[in-house]
Design a protein around this ligand. Structure first.
Ligand code: NAP
Length: 282
């Protein structure tokens, strides 16, 4: 029997509907949630992501403003733009689209955003709250979207063994923290490019989150039968997009998220949710 393919688009529409309701209530009180998206450069994939974010804003009734900067922008230029947005009371959420221009440290940009407007959830104080076991702040969108997928799928998380492949600041690390937090209660192993015995490790996982960026690196014999496999990876390959998980894994897993149409739409939905929350709290 094949895995159940979890449609992230459907869950994301449900999240966006919740957000729309919240937005309407704020608008009735005279407050229009407003997201500013800064994009520096011509990276075609980034432009697609930004357009999708603008579309989602429209869908939820959130105002969006896009600020285009040249690919030659320096850290100083980007920080000056962020500073203006930080001090604009009409802007509730700020996002600087990744990747930043070459040589610009994204961590410095993340730290420059007012934590109350940090809808990506990458500011050290928001990530720090998460480390302290407080998940009530603005959470990174991809990991929080994955938690929502797991909850909606009614998978048993308490007491489960989870393996997160990847230890990045934006996906792997916060994902591991969210899975291990009280109330989710998974026991988590974080793996990376230096981990030995990846196959055996992954085969123990009831929940396997692959956030690596190497097409089809997770083979079907890495997957525990009946487990929940979350494929975060998006790589451009000949003929379209590929996730980190081999398509054959769906013959073994119990649930699997597709690429595209799995985690990606949830990331955008959680961005909308964070923008609403940021507006509510300002
Ligand atoms: P990243 O910063 O490049 O991190 C990749 C992680 O994978 C690193 O920790 C790296 O280990 C590990 N890794 C690399 N090769 C490996 C291997 N062969 N075996 C085990 N681990 C390996 O990437 P990221 O930003 O976390 O993104 C990961 C993927 O998710 C990318 O494809 C990205 O496009 C996608 N993504 C999707 C969404 C979405 O909304 N769907 C959002 C964000 C990212 P080291 O630390 O040892 O180098």
């Amino acid at each position: 029997m094949g895995a159940k393919v979890v449609d992230g688009r459907i869950i994301s529409l449900a999240v966006q509907e919740e957000v729309s309701l919240g937005v309407s209530k704020l608008v009735e009180r005279g407050l229009e949630p407003h997201l500013a998206v800064v994009i520096a450069g011509e990276d075609p994939a980034s432009h697609i992501y930004v357009r999708n974010k603008e579309k989602a804003c429209k869908n939820c009734g959130i105002l969006s403003t896009r600020i285009d900067l040249p690919s030659t922008s320096s850290l100083k230029d980007i920080l000056a733009t962020v500073e203006k947005l930080n001090s604009d009371p009409k802007i509730h959420g700020i996002l600087v689209q990744s990747p930043a221009p070459q040589g610009v440290d994204e961590r410095i940009i993340a730290s420059s955003i007012d934590p109350r407007k940090d809808v990506d959830g990458f500011h050290p104080s928001n990530l720090g709250r998460l480390v302290q076991g407080d998940s009530s702040g603005l959470l990174p969108c991809t990991p929080s979207g994955i938690i929502r997928i797991l909850r909606e799928s009614k998978v048993q998380m308490r007491g489960s063994r989870a393996v997160v492949l990847g230890r990045s600041r934006i996906v792997g690390m916060p994902m591991a923290l969210l899975l291990a937090q009280q109330g989710v209660d998974s026991t988590v192993t974080i793996a990376h490019s230096r981990t030995e015995g990846l196959q055996e490790l992954c085969r123990e996982a009831d929940i396997l989150v692959a956030a690596v960026g190497v097409p089809h690196v997770v083979k079907s014999d890495w997957v525990k039968p009946g487990s929940f496999v979350v494929d975060v990876g998006i790589s451009r390959v000949e003929g379209g997009l590929a996730g980190d998980v081999s398509p054959k894994a769906s013959q073994v897993a119990g649930w699997i998220t597709p690429v595209p149409g799995g985690v990606g739409p949830m990331t955008i939905a959680m961005l909308m949710s964070n923008t609403l929350r940021a507006a509510q709290e300002q």
